[in-house]
Design a protein around this ligand. Structure first.
Ligand code: AQP
Length: 338
């Protein structure tokens, strides 16, 4: 797909934070979808390192994580020939537009954001201003590229709605109806949220201190088998219907992972395993994960050794992203009167 600074019919923008190794939640909830979108749209995928700065636990590993995440998305199937892959910090217009939007958005809007409340937790006064501001930078990312569609997990829906409010208020404040156009969210219907292997009510996350809570895309066969063996379960055999499954978060999560990886619907997976014990199901699940993840893991290891290749991909991506972003920011500055 070739890119132009003109508006295409369908342009996808999405980002991923360099906050550690990617896991099957990132893969099944986001990247798998990103891969298929490459076929019929302009696709722009950013390693959002400015977002990663919002939590100081990421600072020490930031540089290495950028290499890890870039290698992982390429190994999973994001093709640098088809998609723009770039580092957010290498396109200065993200920060520039973020400041403009800081002055457009209202405190009350940000105060409603649940991700800030969850991530800041009880130590709200110690959270960085950047963490509070996170959704404003996200609005800048999206609106800078005039993305028509943004694939996100359902946890990001509220932030996308905020982007829409910011776009509308900018247009109103500067008397430019329809100038900034809010994108449509693309939220996966099935298996949009993969949960922790240790707690079926908690999202699988890179920053969970327990490595046993997730399957990383670069885990070895033995690590995968061990993690599935240790995954939390309940004492009952697997149920024969979805209503019963919904009452058992760990079982629902594991059967969901199986369905999503094997690309079959949940109903079929339930009928395959109904009445079976977890021990029997877990063997099949571990086999399937090893089968699907090992080729990606091998590829990650190969790509990660070639830092020049990764640097080159990110540089070429940044050059292309810059063409689109600089044109947009010029228009915005003119509208504002800078
Ligand atoms: N558990 C998940 N299930 C489904 N989708 C998920 N995503 C993340 N976790 C899951 C989706 O992956 C994309 C990239 O996410 P991100 O790295 O930008 O940030 P995140 O959502 O905060 O992911 P993590 O793994 O939980 O990272 P940390 O621990 O650093 O905060 C997004 O589209 C996201 O929805």
């Amino acid at each position: 797909m070739s890119f132009s600074s003109e508006q295409p019919k369908k342009r996808i923008f999405s980002g991923i934070q360099p906050t550690g190794n990617l896991h099957i939640g990132n893969y099944l909830g986001a990247i798998k979808n990103w891969i298929s979108l490459q076929q019929d749209s302009e696709t722009i995928y950013s390693i959002v390192d400015l977002h990663a700065l919002t939590l100081d636990s990421n600072l020490e590993t930031l540089n290495e994580s950028v290499y890890e995440v870039t290698a992982a998305i390429i190994a999973s199937g994001i093709d640098p020939q088809k998609s723009i892959i770039f580092n957010q910090s290498s396109v200065k217009e993200h920060s520039e537009l973020c400041w403009v939007f800081n002055c457009v958005a209202k405190m009350g809007w940000l105060n409603r954001m649940t991700q800030f409340k969850e991530k800041a937790g009880k130590k709200r006064e110690n959270a960085s201003v950047g963490l509070y501001n996170y959704p404003i930078l996200m609005a800048a990312d999206i609106l800078l590229y005039r993305a028509t569609h943004v694939p996100v997990g359902d946890d990001q829906k509220q932030h996308l709605e905020l982007s829409r409010d910011i776009a509308q208020k900018f247009n109103l404040d500067f008397k430019k109806p329809d100038f900034l156009k809010a994108p449509e969210p693309l939220i996966q219907k099935n298996f949009a949220r993969i949960m922790s292997l240790k707690d079926g009510l908690k999202k699988m996350s890179k920053s969970d201190p327990s490595d046993l809570s997730r399957i990383n895309l670069n885990d070895t066969k033995d690590q995968i088998i061990n993690k599935i063996k240790k995954a939390k379960t309940d004492p009952l055999p697997l149920p024969d219907n979805e209503t019963e499954l919904k009452k058992r978060p760990e079982a629902e999560n594991l059967l969901g992972i199986y369905s999503s990886l094997s690309e079959q619907n949940l109903e079929k997976t339930i009928s395959e395993f109904n009445g079976k014990n977890f021990s029997e199901f877990k063997l099949k699940l571990a086999d399937l994960i090893v089968d699907k993840i090992s080729p990606i893991s091998n590829e990650i290891n190969k790509i990660q050794k070639d830092k020049n290749f990764i640097d080159d991909v990110l540089q070429k991506g940044a050059d292309k992203a810059n063409i689109i972003a600089s044109k947009k920011i010029k228009e915005i500055k003119k509208i504002i009167g800078f």
